[in-house]
Design a protein around this ligand. Structure first.
Ligand SMILES: *Cc1c(COP(=O)(O)O)cnc(C)c1O
Length: 235
């Protein structure tokens, strides 16, 4: 069943890319497995999915431990507090939610020299919601430069979670704003290649505006229970 869902999501990505005149291979799929058990992650892995996103550090570590035999690429997509930077730098391949220089420096200092640099995305608060994480658009460039300057980190691009809306025009406006920030980083000479935007409800709009990585949970694993806090709550 998860294999069928993955296939359906890949078909949605391919169709959206085709409509935008883009190569579907330029849009990566990150399976968001928060709240779902390791057995389900293993099932998706065996159906061909290798990159997984988790929101809560402790929950992710438990799954990493039970799935350590599988070569999974783990992405942290939830808020990162400074007391978790060391373990995150030691265990994750990617972090999508860097929004302060202090966090970037701590991740860089803690990244083991034996590992490749940590792949980092700067999270931008594109909707300007007070409750949301992310730097304001005006701070993106400075933080991106600070990340790029750290030897233990590799700046890959930007991540955004616009306010949820069914209004496709508004979805596209927000995603376009993020893509324009991404284009400015490139124009400023930063070597970025990843634009993490789009979830189950808005992946088509995100792909139309240039997303290179969609973070999909519900369409792959089904609805999440109510026992967990919402995605952006501190945990
Ligand atoms: C939960 C979550 C997703 C996946 O959302 P779905 O709507 O279930 O696809 C993507 N990104 C972030 C940051 C999330 O917290």
């Amino acid at each position: 069943m998860i294999g069928d869902n993955l296939q359906a999501v890949r078909a949605r990505i391919a169709a959206a890319a085709a409509r935008a005149g883009r190569d579907p291979a330029d849009v990566r799929l990150l399976a968001v497995s928060k709240t779902h058990p390791a057995t389900v992650v293993a099932e998706a892995f065996h159906a061909g999915q290798t990159a997984f996103g988790e929101n809560y550090v402790q929950e992710a570590l438990e799954k990493m431990d039970s799935l350590s035999a599988l070569p999974i690429e783990w992405h942290l997509i939830g808020p990162l507090q400074s007391n978790k930077t060391r373990i995150v730098a030691e265990r994750f391949g990617w972090v999508h939610t860097v929004d302060r220089e202090k966090i970037a420096l701590r991740l860089a200092q803690s990244r083991p020299a034996s590992m490749p640099p940590l792949e980092v995305l700067v999270q931008v608060n594109v909707s300007g919601e007070a409750s949301k994480s992310g730097v304001s658009p005006g701070e993106v460039n400075a933080l991106a430069r600070a990340v790029a300057a750290q030897p233990g980190l590799r700046l890959r691009g930007l991540m955004a979670i616009p306010e949820p809306t069914d209004d496709v025009v508004l979805q596209r406006t927000r995603f376009r704003e993020v893509r324009e920030m991404f284009d400015r980083l490139k124009a400023d000479g930063l070597d970025v290649d990843t634009l993490s935007m789009g979830m189950t409800g808005d992946m088509e709009a995100a792909i139309a505006e240039g997303s290179t990585l969609v973070r999909i949970g519900t369409a792959i694993f089904g609805a999440r229970g109510r026992s967990r806090a919402p995605a952006q709550a501190e945990h």
